[in-house]
Write a protein that binds this ligand. Structure first.
Ligand code: SF4
Ligand code: SF4
Length: 386
């Protein structure tokens, strides 16, 4: 029987979060079941974009600090990683996300290591979703000895709800995420792709930051809801089933969870999930606001958004005037898309991970959009952002 622990947690005070996490993990068998000294533990946060910790859009940095301290007390080496969604002016905003969210500061204070999934390389995995034959996932997911998934409790304007199952979508680095959105505009199809990610990586624990949650038009534009809960489980679907029940939803309402059920990612029947901790049944979050599309008959897809992302999307291009021919980009490209001599990029092979752009020490890889109007817009936007 799957087990989900729910703990009350009023705010992000460090002592409070540490105490609730410690008590919760004890109910799942204790930290000794999961980690030991010298293990590299990756905290896979939700860093959807450059959002502040109090926006409720990202895993709160103090929540991550608490977990980092607990794991370091056990002798673990802590990594904090993700790749942000979407694009700002055609560029994946992961690096600025780490700054704005406070996670970079937490890593610096605590001696943890930031793993920006856009610059760490990829591992190719086989898929079974009927849309793609293989996909590329961020290397740290495979290099860590133990991975803890740290989703946020949020509604989602297109996907209705986002939690532990959906959070692994961030394992796809760079702008490639938009490609999967294009191939699977329907949330249930996207759920099949996400199920492939779960089947390809090994995640030992899922801990949901529901201290402040997001309601309404999430995952970034919703309103803050002080849910004051932490959920913990080894089963991502069971955790989401319980979290969804807390906000008055069922698995049947959430396409990505329907796919997760079909692909047997875990338990999705409340009758066969043991709820423990401060509750034995899902505590109802009164007045929680739903996204407009909840229970609407409209086809749930985000095709319009994907078209905009596609239009604005920049591609890497070597600036031959600045290039020093060090070949760092050539050797780092996970799909050998950069010609060693000419430095031309084969865009048919390029998976848009942006590793080359991130790694070039000479700033010789520009991100350019071939459409002049999009390029003009991006330049204007970037100038405004500086
Ligand atoms: S990493 Fe930069 S400088 Fe080195 S070869 Fe590539 S583009 Fe040129
Ligand atoms: S050229 Fe290679 S390293 Fe650069 S974005 Fe494309 S796949 Fe990534």
């Amino acid at each position: 029987m799957a087990k989900v622990v729910i703990k009350e947690c009023n705010d992000y005070g460090l002592d409070m979060v540490k105490q609730q996490l410690t008590e919760g993990i004890k109910l799942l068998g204790g930290w000794g079941q999961f980690v030991s000294a010298d293990m590299k533990v990756l905290l896979k946060v939700n860093l959807i974009g450059p959002k502040t910790p109090d926006s409720a859009a990202v895993t709160h940095c103090e929540f991550v600090r608490a977990l980092t301290q607990i794991l370091q007390d056990k002798g673990c080496i802590v990594w904090i990683g993700d790749s942000s969604g979407g694009a700002i002016a055609g560029i994946a905003p992961t690096a600025s996300g780490f700054k704005v969210s406070g996670l970079e500061q937490v890593a610096e204070d605590e001696g943890a290591v930031i793993k920006n999934f856009d610059r760490e390389g990829v591992v190719e995995v086989k898929t079974d979703n009927g849309k793609t034959e293989h996909m590329y996932l961020a290397k740290p997911m495979f290099e860590a000895d133990f991975v803890i998934n740290l989703p946020k409790l949020k509604t989602h304007s297109a996907g209705i709800y986002t939690g532990a199952v959906k959070n692994l979508f961030g394992c796809i680095p760079g702008l490639r995420k938009a490609d999967y959105h294009r191939q699977a505009p329907d949330s249930k199809d996207l759920g099949m792709i996400i199920a492939d990610i779960h089947k390809s990586v090994s995640v030992g624990l899922h801990i949901m930051d529901g201290v402040i949650a997001m309601q309404g038009e999430g995952p970034t534009a919703g309103e803050v809801y002080p849910a004051q809960k932490i959920l913990m489980s080894t089963d991502p679907l069971a955790l989401d089933t319980v979290a969804a029940a807390m906000i008055g939803m069922q698995v049947d309402d959430i396409p990505i969870l329907l796919s997760a059920r079909e692909r047997k990612l875990g338990e999705s029947d409340l009758k066969t999930i043991e709820i423990t901790g401060d509750y034995t049944t899902p505590p109802v979050l009164q007045g929680y606001k739903y996204p407009k599309r909840f229970r609407s008959s409209k086809k749930k897809n985000n095709a319009a958004l994907i078209k905009i992302i596609d239009f604005l999307k920049a591609r890497p291009k070597v600036n031959t005037k600045r290039c020093k021919h060090c070949n760092m980009c050539v050797e780092s490209c996970p799909v050998n898309a950069i010609d060693k001599e000419s430095k031309k990029i084969n865009y048919k092979s390029c998976i848009e991970c942006m590793c080359c752009h991130e790694l070039c020490l000479h700033k010789a890889i520009d991100l350019k959009n071939d459409k002049w109007i999009a390029e003009l817009f991006m330049r204007f936007y970037r100038r405004r952002m500086q």
